[in-house]
Design a binder for this molecule. Structure first.
Ligand code: NAD
Ligand code: LMR
Length: 325
């Protein structure tokens, strides 16, 4: 029996993240190797021609699952019937900038896109916001789509999660897939809190194997500032690793996870994170939905770190109050 194609929309189709991500999507890495894909790329008018060149290259790759790939500068067309949307199109920061500095310019992109999703996407639409500052941009899009269940809007903190895993793997000499129960709380910003309190390797807690000074003074800031480090060394912001993390997030959301991951999801008020904020939380994906891991004990150190993120997210929300229709 033939499988119904899924429509995946990627904004910023001519950008550097899309240039890595589209090949993974077309390869079946999101919905699985038996699901045909229709790709819709959204660009600003100035980016349409370059995105058409990207589609030429995708076509030249002869992916068996890619039934269609089109480019448009019309959000209504781009999100028409979309089952999954990667909202990537936004300006990246440069050296010396924080992601929140992008809010004034990038924030205004996400209201119109949220409305276009509301009016045109398929009933099962899942949205992942990658464009920075991702958590608050996701909040803007979600508020602009009142007919779409709020939990269908998420922001990307999987890159932070993957960075934390790889730092720990390097430190302990263990493969990254052997870690469980890691979480990166809060905002995709320098305040984020990569938390090893519950993390295990082969069922054994790692907190006792890790030097506390290394954890607090090296690991946490290294992960939280890795985006800046990449910009400093590479000269432009992370792209292939961001694309890979975006695919990980959407694949897990659709296909499910066996253990914890970090997704920035709409908070239910757990762990002192105000209900409605979009924050990195410990999550598992079951039956096509992210669920927040419940019932964890939080110590004072964790509480302070989480609270700093909540304050920052509230300040970002206040700064875009005019966009939260
Ligand atoms: P890029 O400049 O290479 O590409 C961005 C593309 O988006 C451009 O082609 C541009 O024309 C397009 N664009 C701009 N406004 C648009 C709009 N309204 N609609 C559709 N397309 C639009 O940037 P990039 O390196 O691909 O990064 C994109 C965003 O992702 C940046 O904001 C960056 O900071 C962010 N990012 C987030 C994470 C994360 O972990 N959340 C990681 C890496 C990068
Ligand atoms: C990252 O974490 O690499 C991205 O958010 C890009 C950036 O500005 O740091």
């Amino acid at each position: 029996m033939s499988v119904e194609p899924r429509t995946i929309t990627v904004t910023g189709g001519a950008g550097q993240i899309a240039y890595s991500m589209l090949w993974r999507i077309a390869n079946g890495d999101v919905y699985g190797k038996d699901v045909p894909i229709r790709l819709r790329l959204l660009e600003i008018p100035a980016g349409v021609r370059a995105a058409e060149g990207v589609v030429m290259e995708l076509t030249d790759s002869a992916f068996p699952l890619l039934t269609e790939a089109t480019v448009t500068d019309d959000a209504a067309v781009a999100f028409d019937g979309a089952n999954a949307a990667f909202l990537v199109g936004a300006k990246p920061r440069g050296k010396g900038e924080e992601r929140a500095d992008l809010l004034a310019n990038n924030g205004r992109i996400f209201g119109p896109q949220g409305r276009a999703i509301n009016d045109n996407a398929a009933d099962d639409i899942r949205v992942l916001v990658v464009g920075n500052p991702a958590n608050t941009n996701a909040l803007i899009a979600q508020h602009s789509a009142p007919d779409v269940p709020a939990e269908r809007f998420t922001a990307m903190m999987r890159l932070d999660h993957n960075r934390a895993l790889s730092q720990l793997a390097d430190k302990l000499g263990v493969a990254s897939y052997e870690f469980e129960n890691l979480v990166v709380w809060g905002n995709h910003s320098a305040t984020q809190f990569p938390d090893i309190t519950y993390a295990t390797v082969n069922g054994a807690p790692i907190i006792d194997q890790i030097d506390h000074d290394w954890y607090v003074n090296e690991f946490i800031p290294r992960v939280a500032k890795r985006g800046s480090e990449i910009i400093e060394v590479r000269g432009s912001s992370s792209a292939a690793s961001a694309a890979s993390a975006a695919v990980d997030h959407m694949r897990d959301w659709i296909q499910g996870t066996e253990s914890w991951s970090t997704a920035a999801v709409v908070s239910d008020g757990s762990y002192g994170v105000d209900e409605g904020l979009i924050a990195g939380l410990p999550t598992v994906a079951r039956d096509g939905a992210w669920e927040i891991v419940q019932g964890l004990e939080i110590n004072d150190f964790q509480r302070q770190r989480i609270a700093a993120n909540v304050e920052e997210l509230k300040a970002e929300r206040a700064a875009v109050a005019n966009l939260l229709g």
